[in-house]
Design a protein around this ligand. Structure first.
Ligand code: AMP
Ligand code: MG
Length: 310
């Protein structure tokens, strides 16, 4: 506990000086910087090699600071009450007087915001007088980190400090909902669409085509282990790594279970860790058995499809 406290203090010192710090969240680890500072946020893009046009999600701990930056509406309050803090991101209208850096929004009048649930990051946010802009703490287009070791694997000595909060519980990025006009799902993630529809009494589906216009960065190769991935495979090739979600009688060492019981929550949590592990073992390709396109399975398939566009 004392150790955590001093690490939070260290993180604050770096952030106050305009440096980037990797922070734990329940989705994945983030590469955080002061969202009000042009200088600090430009470092995020440099470190990650992230295209400038791809805007960042800003992380808050309570409504007080958010109200300074964004216009809040009824749909926001309904979803906030049900799911926050948690793995859901909202697109809101930026207030004219907001101090958010133009790097964060790519000069647009909208802002992506989230309330992370991880206790260490919440404690850190409470000590700061600015919110944190934070994309995942990996090199752009590569696999997202879910532990401190993964962050170091990705960014190594390029970052000053990693706040170690153990393994990310959800293991997949947040679901993004655009709340500017009629609600729309922009990215599948940690909270299932059906749960969001229930709260809003809506019938949203994930529509890949529509979101393209306002979602730079969501259409390219992403989450990639750097080797080909084949999906919906029943029989892998002899030298492939084989990812499974249901217990089978298998011989050899090339298979990796995300779950043995089709538990999609468990599968989501293990996805990035498993891809990273396979990559390190120097396999030439990966095959994945069919994953049901339901609930979190939809988000898992979304990530695998984009990772397979290698
Ligand atoms: P990540 O790389 O996981 O941090 O992804 C954040 C995603 O949020 C990016 O792909 C952006 O396209 C999206 N995003 C951030 N800000 C906005 C915004 N104002 N409007 C629409 N999408 C946004
Ligand atoms: Mg990312």
């Amino acid at each position: 506990m004392n150790n955590n406290l001093s690490n939070i203090k260290k993180s604050k010192l770096f952030l106050d000086k305009g440096e980037c710090v990797a922070i734990p969240t329940e989705t994945v680890y983030g590469l955080a910087a002061n969202a009000y500072s042009n200088k600090a946020t430009s470092k995020i893009f440099r470190l990650k090699k992230r295209p400038k046009k791809n805007p960042l999600i800003t992380h808050y701990v309570n409504l007080k600071m958010l109200k300074e930056d964004c216009v809040l509406n009824d749909n926001f309050f309904k979803l906030y009450k049900k799911f926050c803090p948690g793995p859901i991101t909202f697109i809101l209208k930026l207030k004219k007087k907001s101090k958010i850096s133009k790097n964060v929004t790519n000069n647009k009048k909208t802002l992506a915001i989230r309330f992370p649930k991880h206790q260490l990051t919440r404690k850190l946010l409470k000590k700061l007088n600015y919110p944190l802009a934070a994309p995942s703490a990996n090199i752009s287009s590569k696999i997202s980190p879910v532990t401190k070791e993964d962050v170091i694997d990705e960014l190594g000595k390029k970052i000053k400090f990693v706040l170690d909060g153990g393994r990310s519980r959800v293991g997949l990025e947040s679901t993004i909902v655009n709340l500017i006009k009629k609600p729309q799902i922009l990215r599948l993630g940690g909270i299932e669409i059906s749960k969001i529809n229930k709260v809003l009494k809506s019938k949203m589906k994930f529509n890949k085509k529509k979101k393209k216009i306002i979602m730079p960065g969501q259409n390219n190769v992403h989450y990639s282990p750097g080797i080909p991935i084949r999906l919906n495979i029943k029989k892998p090739k002899p030298d492939e790594a084989f990812i499974l979600i249901k217990k089978r009688k298998l011989f050899g060492k090339n298979f990796y279970y995300l779950t043995k019981t089709k538990n999609l929550k468990e599968a989501a949590k293990k996805l990035y860790k498993t891809l990273r592990m396979i990559k390190k073992k120097n396999f030439k390709s990966i095959s994945v058995e069919k994953i049901p396109n339901l609930g979190l399975g939809q988000a898992i398939n979304d990530r695998l499809i984009r990772a397979s566009k290698f």
